[in-house]
Design a protein around this ligand. Structure first.
Ligand SMILES: NC(=O)c1ccc[n+]([C@@H]2O[C@H](COP(=O)([O-])OP(=O)(O)OC[C@H]3O[C@@H](n4cnc5c(N)ncnc54)[C@H](OP(=O)(O)O)[C@@H]3O)[C@@H](O)[C@H]2O)c1
Length: 293
């Protein structure tokens, strides 16, 4: 039987921008300093998830990289997708009639509220929210040491990487269908237990905060009886505009441990399909392995 994944694997990459291409069969992730607290997620075919739940998919930070490919993945699966970012252009998804774009800044409450109004006006519910917006690179970051910390960059990192996902989650929750999923794109470098290197102060600590926000979302939402799954996910090092200052050489050298954004998007969709109640609130990598907080 043809699965959604196998159909999508045949989608020609040529129509994607050159920066979105990369390697597709990375090796398993490196060993952890400490095991995670949750059982691993056994990945499942995303088409089973698509048939089990209705409602649109919202992808925040969809103008490039992993978010763009997640939007394409669910769009190709026939789902209505709201693909949003601050400066997204309609034309990037002109080949996909079920992907609509909107300009949204996750740090701005009114901007997120306008997206929610649009989804309501369209008469849609939401089956999944993917929070992919990020700040890592800037004039003042990522910082190499404590002396490099700049207040504005630090606060902007927390605004985009931690407040942003919880801002979209809190505003979108009334539209999330029972059994829906919220995926917060996190990073393994946000693990306190796994950190043996230091550095990247703003990014690391904002991702650590994000992991706690994922758990808080799970505890409170499920306690109120609104069944939903909240996951923090480390996508693996993926060749995107965010990572390219650090991955360009590896990409050019054909490093097999570097993910393409298409590979990562599909891996995340397989995690969403495989995740159950016992995973909600947890922190996982792209392979389904539980990561320590
Ligand atoms: N790539 C990796 O190797 C890697 C590794 C670990 C974790 N991750 C995580 O994976 C996620 C996706 O990363 P990526 O590599 O795909 O990054 P990316 O290609 O740089 O994409 C980031 C997106 O965020 C949007 N964005 C930034 N600020 C925003 C804001 N205030 N409001 C709304 N949208 C905003 C950007 O579009 P606009 O400029 O138009 O807003 C862009 O679409 C991030 O959470 C990142 O931390 C990535």
């Amino acid at each position: 039987m043809k699965t959604l994944s196998s159909i999508l694997r045949r989608t020609p990459l040529l129509m994607l921008p050159a920066t979105a291409r990369g390697l597709s069969t990375p090796p398993p992730p490196p060993p952890l300093a400490q095991p995670g607290l949750y059982p691993p997620i056994i990945k499942a075919d995303p088409s089973s998830w698509l048939t089990s739940i209705s409602g649109a998919v919202v992808v925040v930070g969809a103008a490039s990289g992993i978010g763009e490919q997640i939007a394409r993945f669910y769009g190709a699966g026939g789902r209505k997708v709201y693909a949003v970012s601050r400066s997204i252009e309609e034309k990037i998804f002109e080949d996909s009639s079920n992907i609509v774009t909107a300009r949204v800044d996750v740090t701005d409450d009114d901007s997120v509220a306008a997206l929610i109004s649009q989804i309501k006006e369209d008469g849609e519910k939401v089956s999944a929210l993917f929070n992919c917006a990020v700040l890592l690179n800037g004039e003042k970051g990522p910082e190499r040491n404590i002396k490099g910390i700049d207040k504005a960059f630090f606060l902007d990192s927390f605004a985009i990487n931690a407040y942003g996902p919880i801002n979209t989650t809190r505003q979108l929750l009334p539209l999330l269908t029972k059994g829906g999923t919220v995926v917060n794109l996190s990073a393994r470098v946000g693990s306190i237990a796994d950190d043996e290197m230091g550095g990247w102060w703003s990014y690391r600590s904002s991702k650590t905060a994000l992991n706690h926000l994922t758990k808080l979302s799970h505890i409170e939402t499920n306690r109120r009886g609104h069944k939903a799954t909240f996951l923090s996910v480390h996508p693996g090092t993926t060749y995107t505009p965010m990572s390219s200052p650090f991955t360009q050489r590896r990409y050019e050298a054909g490093d097999e441990s570097l993910h393409s954004a298409e590979f990562t998007a599909e891996a995340i969709a397989e995690l969403v399909a495989g995740a159950g109640e016992g995973h909600s609130g947890g922190f996982f990598d792209w392979s389904g392995q539980s990561l320590p907080f």
